[in-house]
Each structure stands twice: as C-alpha cells, then as structure tokens.
Design a protein around this ligand. Structure first.
Ligand SMILES: Cc1cc2nc3c(=O)[nH]c(=O)nc-3n(C[C@H](O)[C@H](O)[C@H](O)COP(=O)(O)OP(=O)(O)OC[C@H]3O[C@@H](n4cnc5c(N)ncnc54)[C@H](O)[C@@H]3O)c2cc1C
Length: 518
C-alpha cells in the first residue's frame, strides 16, 4: 500500500529516518519491517511555542515492494544548427531562458559582460584584497548573475507566475541537494552554487549553445523597429532575429542606453534601506525560545513587515548564519547585500531592512524622467560611500542608537570583511528612508522581545533589492512595444525579484519567443 501522512515531531525525531520510522509504523498501525519506503515530501519548522515542532509530510510504502524512484531527467537536444537566439546576461533569467530554448529547438547564444564563475571568484577575492571593484566582474556581474555568491534562497512568493517546481527540479538535476524539493524555505548556499552554475554551462555548451564571456553589450542593432542583433564591447556585431534582454537591475548602462535611444522605459516603485546584523545566537534565542540552539535545528531566521504611514517597511533576503558582502558594481558607490554558506554557520544573522520608495518620493529627480529612481539610488549609494571610510569600509550604526538619533561610540564585531566605521545614518540617509526605518524598528522591537538592541548594527546601504525601472513588454507576446524581437526579461526588466522568479521569467520569455517563430 502507499499512503501520504503528516507527522508533527520534535526536531530530534524529525532529523533522521531511524528516529521517525517507528513513529510512522505506529501511526499506520503496522510493523516497521512492513515498510519498504519512506520519502519526505515536505518539511517545515513550527517555532511558535516553546515546544518547537517539525511538520513532516511523508510518502510511505508498506506491505509491497518500493516502487522504482522516478528521478526526473531533463533531455537537452542538439541545437548546434538550429536558429540562433541572443540572450544578454547569464544570470538566472538568462541561463533558464537558454535551457528552455534548447528544449524548444533553438540555439542560445549568451552574451555575458563578466567572467566564468571560477575567474569571477578571483575578482571577488580581489575586492577583499585591494578593495577595488571590477565593473564587469563582481558580486552582481559574471556567470550565474547576482545570485551566484548568495544565500541561494529559493523561496518565492510569486508561485502564480509560473512553474517554480520545475526550476527546483532543474537545479537538482544540475547538482543541488534534493532537500530543495522538500524544505518549505529551501536554500543552496554560496559554497554550492558555483558548481551548479558550471554544470548548467556544460549542459548549454554540450547541446551546441554558445556562451561568450567578457562580452558587454554596448548597443542594440535595430532596423525598422525590429531588433537585428547586438554590438559587443563597442566593436563586434552579432546578428539575431530576437534578443532576450536579461541584464539584471545593476546594469545601469543598459537603462541609460535604452533611454538615450528613446526606447520606452517605465519608472516603477522599488525599495531601499540598510542591512541589519544581529548575533545569530540572539536571533536563535528569540525564535527558538532558548539560550542555546538545539543541534537539530537550523540557524533561525525572521521575517518582519510593518506599515508606517501607509509605507511598507520590511525585512528581505534574510541570511541566517551569513555574511554581509560589498555588492557595488562601480567605484565611488557603497552597496551591501548578504550571503550564507550552505551550513549557515557563521556567528551572524543579517537581513535587508528596506522601505518602499514611491514615484511621488522622486519629485526632486523629475528631470531624469524614467531614470529618476535610478538617479536616487545612485545618490544614496554615493552618500554611503562618502560617509564610509576608505574605499569599501562601510558606514554603520548600532540599531538602538539609530532609532534614538545617537552616534555610536563603538561598534560590535561584524561579518563585513572590508570593515565598518561609525556614522550617523539617522542624519544623512534621506528622510523618506530613515524615518520609516526608525518607526519600523520600534514596532519590530515591540513585537519581538530583544530584537531592537544595540547588539545589532545597521550598515548602509541596501539599495539593490528591486529594479527602479521596468522595460515594458506586451502582455501577450512579451516583446517590447516599440521593438519587435526584443524580449525584456527577469529582474532588471522589472518582471521578477529573486533567483527562482527570474528563472521562471527566463523560461516564459523563451516560450513566448518560440511562438514568434511558429
Ligand atoms: C549578494 C546577493 C545575494 C542574493 N541572495 C539572493 C537569495 O538568496 N535568493 C534570491 O532569490 N535572490 C538573491 N539575490 C537576488 C538575485 O540574485 C537576483 O534576483 C537574480 O539574480 C536576478 O536574476 P536576473 O537573471 O534577472 O539578473 P542578474 O542575476 O542580475 O543577471 C544579469 C546578468 O547580466 C549581465 N550583464 C549586465 N549587463 C550586461 C551587458 N551590458 N552585457 C552583457 N551582460 C550583461 C550581468 O553580468 C549578470 O550576469 C541576491 C543578490 C545578491 C547581489
């Protein structure tokens, strides 16, 4: 027989099959020896009360042989001589567009400004050694895109947008641990992601696709309102009847290029703020109601949200057991973000804390038209840079000091390797960010005991959580309304936020593109 059952267990009971097998047998009123297979379908932690529980959903086979496990195998056909399609950007949107194009019988030609992931690692090491940013190879640019050196959280709220399960299956097929199919909040970790990206590259190349690294798209070739190809590094021209534009939200040169050529863009609301860092054991003690976390529990996370005068203030991209990283893409700007290794085992818990920025906040920037939000982002990133120390030393303030408009006389230890310097963020952050953040922190402190504390620091600035610009596309065809064959895609085009939703959008763009040729 085959049955799906739900068990509510202690963290220890849920940690290994040898602990929960007797409980499964008891639940089904059978002997343990009758069981031929137990497969975990879903796992989630319920930490609402002191007695922390783990909810396990299990598929159990008993009194009959275990069926053959149907591992999903993706078949990528040879597309070497099929029609070529240019994809700009090898982030999740671009890579998943490429994989889907192969499935649909097209040859993807990926144009990527950055380097392949192993060389990109060296440039990231260089950021720490020299505190210099390579504008084409950094935490945002290069093979795998912005999410390559990240926590690799794969949770998305936008499940309605497409087949998120397939994205997880494809990642597993390329080397991700099968737990990503089980956990309610799956993540991969920065130590595991590069290998998965390399495996995806091999799939694309083995199928006959092309990937050109160190190749920045510097212009679009457009004739009679139809895309004809792209120009690379101000020199080489490559032709194609269609281009998927998946350059991410840090490719400001692409927005500027489109704007300069009067190609329609739309300003959109976005979010900006700071990164906050608490000691991980403090977050564990808050969330798990204990002084020391059980070895059967993962580093705890949180998710907070508050409306302040009708404006959303919320945590985003929380990285338990993680590190804060310098994520700028140009000199003279300070941008921070977060990542975690797969074990989430650092002493720190960091998260973005951001405030909704609306179009009516940008009146001062009206002269820049659709680029107003981008110019505001740049201004704040530059402010953070000049209020930091030398090069990538970031401005920081203790959390309670920030809320109380006090300068921090000292700063605690941090995971941010380039270093931090005490700075009055309450004073120099624009008021439409600092005031809602202060109010939001007070509310979070009321709701979660010990959360508002001077043991935590805020570091400026977290400015790249979402795109301030949308590149419009037709709802049905996904093509730009002015330019036939141009498919704006992923986070930079304003249709996704995060690894999985960008990958989903990449697949959808590939499918729409295939229809254009049918
Ligand atoms: C440090 C960090 C941690 C993150 N952690 C998470 C997380 O845990 N979970 C999550 O869901 N999201 C996370 N994100 C966000 C996530 O990475 C993005 O949402 C996602 O990568 C967007 O995918 P994309 O393909 O649309 O764009 P991107 O990933 O930004 O990829 C765009 C690609 O285009 C290339 N490019 C840009 N301009 C050009 C040009 N002119 N010519 C050629 N190529 C160009 C870039 O080099 C880049 O490789 C994180 C981001 C960062 C920076």
């Amino acid at each position: 027989m085959q049955k799906t059952i739900n068990l509510i267990l202690t963290p220890e009971q849920a940690s290994e099959e040898k602990f929960y097998k007797p409980l499964v047998a008891k639940e089904l009123k059978i002997n343990q020896t009758d069981i031929s297979l137990i497969r975990v379908i879903n796992r989630s932690i319920d930490a609402r009360s002191r007695n922390i529980k783990v909810n396990l959903r299990l598929f159990v086979v008993f009194n009959e042989p275990a069926p053959k496990e149907n591992e999903i195998i993706f078949k990528y056909q040879d597309v070497k001589y099929k029609p070529e399609i240019i994809i700009t950007g090898a982030g999740p949107a671009g890579l998943f567009a490429a994989l889907r194009l192969i499935e649909l019988g097209f040859k993807p030609v990926i144009i990527e400004r950055g380097k392949q992931v192993s060389d990109r690692k060296k440039d990231i090491a260089e950021i720490y050694r020299e505190q210099n940013i390579n504008p084409d190879s950094n935490y945002c640019f290069g093979e795998g895109g912005a999410g390559t050196f990240s926590d690799g959280k794969l949770f998305t709220r936008s499940k309605k947008r497409g087949n998120t399960q397939k994205i997880l299956e494809v990642l597993k097929f390329h080397g991700a641990h099968e737990n990503i199919l089980i956990d309610s909040h799956p993540h991969i970790g920065t130590d595991k992601l590069p290998e998965i990206i390399e495996n995806i590259r091999s799939t694309i190349l083995n199928a006959g696709g092309e990937i050109h690294f160190n190749s920045r798209v510097t212009n679009f070739i457009i004739e009679n309102a139809q895309i004809k190809g792209v120009e690379i590094n101000n020199d080489l021209k490559i032709k194609s009847k269609a281009v998927i534009l998946a350059t991410g939200h840090s490719a400001r040169d692409i927005y500027e290029l489109l704007h300069k050529n009067n190609i329609q863009l739309q300003a959109k609301p976005f979010a900006m703020g700071v990164r906050i860092e608490h000691p991980q054991n403090l977050i564990d003690s808050i969330q798990y109601h204990c002084s020391v976390r059980s070895k059967y529990l993962p580093a705890a996370s949180y998710n907070v949200v508050q409306q302040v005068n009708n404006r959303g203030v919320y945590s985003f991209c929380m990285c338990p057991g993680g590190f804060i990283v310098p994520a700028a893409t140009s000199p003279n700007e300070m941008v921070v973000n977060g990542m975690s290794p797969s074990a989430r085992n650092s002493k720190f818990a960091n998260s973005a804390m951001v405030v909704e920025i609306r179009l009516d906040d940008l009146k001062e920037y009206e002269q820049y038209g659709e680029l107003a939000g981008l110019k505001f982002q740049q201004k704040v990133e530059h402010l953070a840079f000049i209020n930091g120390g030398n090069k990538l030393v970031a401005p920081a303030q203790r959390m309670a000091d920030f809320v109380n408009n006090r300068i921090s006389g000292s700063l605690p230890e941090t995971s941010y390797i380039p270093g931090i310097i005490s700075s009055p963020l309450h004073f120099w952050l624009p008021e439409n960010i600092s005031k809602p953040l202060q109010q939001g922190f007070k509310q979070f402190g009321k709701r979660i005991r010990n959360f508002l504390t001077n043991e935590a620091i805020i570091i400026g600035v977290e400015s790249r959580t979402s795109s301030p610009i949308r590149i419009p596309r037709d709802n049905d065809t996904f093509q730009h309304p002015q330019i036939k064959g141009l498919f704006p895609c992923g986070e930079g085009a304003g249709y996704a936020g995060g690894i999985v939703s960008s990958a989903v959008d990449g697949e959808k763009c590939a499918e729409k593109l295939a229809l254009m040729f049918s």
